[in-house]
Design a binder for this molecule. Structure first.
Ligand code: NAP
Length: 352
């Protein structure tokens, strides 16, 4: 198979670097262009990316000249052979840049929140809702765009939602969740070290809103040209902690009826998927039986960073409640890896 050329918007940032690392040697995709702000444009990637991943910067990317995002989708011919634009831009500029790219005919696979909750935009976790890709046709028809956009969830929402999926069969009434989120989730320049070391910051802008709304859309069902949201409510409290990578979440699920810890464990253990693309982990959910797991340091790289680990499953204090801990890699499963998996599914299903 001839490799498909891809671009990365925001390639020098925290998520952008993950894209560059994960796309290196990808069997289906190859890097065609790297985009960042005017500040980085026209210089080599190795001179502009403040590389902080514990892997060598891929040689090919290191020598590429960074382009300005203003050139992405701007009608120039030089990026014509690119089929997919992965987006890791700040929300403030993503709306305009992503729209321009879609209008220019690209498939945009975005990490950014701006289009996630639009009714005609798939918010995808392929193991859960690949059928939401039906919205691509709705979107193209409604907006008259040449290309199309799909999105992946917020980095905490994806961990929570994957863990909730196997429990849906028992009838979820209400979810409460308290997050412990890694610093890489705030971007390279995100949280000053003086603020986060030896500390916990009990506020992450707009995060609780995303946690309380995205899972309902993802776990919703396709009804004609729209998604009918899942009916349960979510109450979230989000916190930044001094961990480099890996978001950990304490979750309380109240069911419609009594559900035992054993049933919940079995549901996690038995969860499988029919997605079989290169980035799909063997097990999207891994049950950790040890009493002090999951932990970000030990479990974030499970399934090459694409698996969510769950553990400490026990009965809650409230009637019909079970509580557990979930953990996942925020820049892989929660961002770049999720976008790449989404794009793979688009290829497999003939959208690209
Ligand atoms: N970090 C995570 O775990 C995570 C998870 C899920 C989703 N996201 C979302 O992904 C996006 C990127 O997050 P991040 O953590 O990677 O951010 P980041 O580290 O701050 O990187 C931002 C990137 O955007 C570029 N950029 C910044 N301002 C720009 C401007 N005015 N014009 C053009 N380019 C500009 C930067 O280029 P320069 O280097 O040239 O400034 C850099 O490449 C955000 O929307 C975030 O919410 C992040």
């Amino acid at each position: 198979m001839k490799k498909i050329k891809v671009g990365v918007l925001g390639a020098t940032g925290s998520v952008g670097q993950r894209f560059v690392q994960l796309l290196d040697g990808h069997p289906w995709f190859e890097l065609g262009a790297l985009f960042a702000s005017e500040r980085s444009a026209n210089n080599k990637y190795k001179d502009e990316a403040k590389w902080f991943l514990p892997y060598e910067m891929p040689e090919e990317a290191a020598e590429m000249v960074v382009k300005s995002v203003n050139d992405a989708g701007a009608g120039t011919t030089e990026n014509e052979d690119i089929a997919v634009m992965f987006s890791a831009l700040p929300g403030s500029i993503a709306s305009e840049v992503e729209k321009r790219c879609v209008q220019a005919g690209y498939c945009v696979a975005s990490n950014v929140s701006v289009y996630r909750m639009e009714p005609d935009v798939p918010l995808l976790i392929p193991e859960i809702n690949a059928d939401h890709l039906a919205l691509v046709d709705v979107q193209k028809e409604k907006r008259g765009w040449e290309g199309f956009i799909i999105t992946n969830p917020n980095c905490s929402a994806i961990v929570l939602t994957l863990s909730l999926k196997p429990l849906m069969e028992y009838g979820i009434k209400e979810v409460r969740v308290s997050t412990m989120q890694a610093v890489s989730g705030a971007g390279y320049a995100g949280v000053p070290s003086m603020a986060i070391m030896e500390n916990v910051i009990p506020f992450i802008g707009n995060e609780e809103d995303k946690m309380e709304s995205e899972p309902q859309k993802i776990l919703g069902t396709v009804e004609g040209s729209r998604i009918k949201n899942a009916a349960f409510t979510i109450c979230a409290s989000c916190h930044r902690v001094p961990v480099m990578d890996g978001h950990t979440e304490a979750v309380w699920v109240k069911f419609e009826e009594s559900v035992s810890e054993e049933e919940v464990k079995k549901a996690f253990k038995d969860f499988t998927t029919d997605i079989k693309t290169p980035f799909e982990p063997e097990k999207p959910i891994i049950l950790r039986e040890e009493r002090d797991r999951p932990q970000p340091k030990l479990d974030r790289d499970a399934g090459r960073g694409m698996s969510v680990s769950v553990g400490r499953i026990r009965r809650g204090r409230v009637e019909n409640e079970v509580k557990y801990i979930a953990e996942g890699h925020n820049t892989i499963r929660g961002a770049a890896g999720a976008s790449i998996l989404n794009a793979e599914v688009l290829v497999e299903r003939g959208y690209i």
